[in-house]
Ligand binder design. Sequence first.
Ligand SMILES: [Ca+2]
Length: 214
Amino acid sequence: MSGDWTTPAHGPLSLVFIEVDSDQDGAADYEIRAEARSKQGPFRDVLSSATYAKGNEQRLNRLPLNLVTPDIAKTHPFNNSVLVFTALLSDLGLTEDNPLLSYFASTEDPVNLIAGEQTAWATFDAKKPLIDTTKHGQDGLPLFVGPGPVKVDVSAEGRAGQGPLDLLLLHHTNVAGSRFEVVSLTPRRPETWRSPRARARASARGRARSSRSW
Ligand SMILES: [Ca+2]
C-alpha cells in the first residue's frame, strides 16, 4: 500500500484484502482479510488473516497475520504499509488436481468507504512454484528474521526459463519507502547485486530493484 496505516484492521474493516479466483472463471470466490481477533469488538490488537467464501460472513479459517504470532517474531503489522496474508489451499477450494489460483490485492478507504488501490490479477500454480521461499525460512515459512542471507530455491522449470524471476522481498521493519524490493533472479549471468548505496537510491524513489544470478 502506498501510504501507512495505523492498523490494517480498522475496526471490522480490512484496509487491505486479497480476492482469490479458484476456478479460473474470472470472478473471485474467496476473500482474505486482516481481522482483529475479536471480530465484533472491542477490537483487540491481535490480528489474523481470515478467509471467507465470497458473499458469506461465516469465516472459514484464520491464521496469524504476517505469518507468525508476536511471541515468535515481531512482525510489525501496525504503523506499516506491507502485509503478508496466510490462507490454506484447502480453504481456497484448491486440491492436488486443481492447484491453480488467480488473485489480486485491493485496499479500501476507511473514511469514505470506497475502493482504493488494486493490483492486476496474478496467477499462481501452487503445485509448481518457480521459487520456493519456504524451504530455508523459519519453521518452513517464507520468513527470515535477523541477520543472515535470504535463501530461496529455484525449481528446474524456473532455471530453464528464459527471463529473470522476480522475487518480492518485504522488509517489515524498514522505514517508509524502503519496505519492499523486487529482487530479479537471473540465470547464467555474472553477479549483478547493486551496491547498498544504489539500492538506497532506488528505495528513495519508492521502488527498489536488485538482481542476483545463480
Ligand atoms: Ca471463480
